[in-house]
Design a binder for this molecule. Sequence first.
Ligand SMILES: O=C(O)c1ccccc1N[C@@H]1O[C@H](COP(=O)(O)O)[C@@H](O)[C@H]1O
Length: 207
Amino acid sequence: MPQLYIKICGLSTAETVAAAVAAGADAIGFVFAPGSPRTVAPDLVATLLAGIPEHVETVGVFRDQPLAGVLETARRSGVSTVQLHGDEPLGDITAAQAAGFRTLRAFSAGAYARLDDAARALWDNERILLDAIEPGAGVAFDPADVLAAPPAGQWLLAGGLNPDNVAHLAMVLRPDGVDVSSGVESRRGVKDPELVKAFIAAARSVR
Ligand SMILES: O=C(O)c1ccccc1N[C@@H]1O[C@H](COP(=O)(O)O)[C@@H](O)[C@H]1O
């Protein structure tokens, strides 16, 4: 198995961005969806991204927001990737790609498992993120849902991951990558650089 792709999400300070990059994160995420304790302003993200190495993917997280605003925020902040974490249609993904962004489309693992073949096939060429029912809440998905219907293409796993469970779940479920927010926080919305390091080390141990 190639090395797991690791995304650390919900960053909001220069210190935790630097810690995630130094520890070897492949991607760092910033929440632009309103109503989260991690919601950040695009102009703040633009300053946090100054000097980030080119190889680190930078992801803006949105949830059921109008496409025009998504693209405007993504451009203003300078992220390379748009993560759509609601019920957005495939057309929003292809529009973001046409605008020059990489994309991630999140589904709850249960909702994805319940898609019929035709509905699932629509997403076969897209990068998928399977998550728990409540994003960013540290709630676990049901592994049976993930095993029932793993995506055909590249996919990331999220939902209640932490330094103690990520290696085991990745070995059993075999995603291409993992994504974490709550599991590397000392309290809701506050990242802990030591937990970020421990998560990345644990995920890197998976072969
Ligand atoms: O983190 C949030 O607050 C958030 C808000 C709206 C949509 C997505 C959000 N986060 C995503 O949730 C998972 C991480 O979940 P967990 O906290 O580790 O259980 C990840 O994909 C984030 O991008």
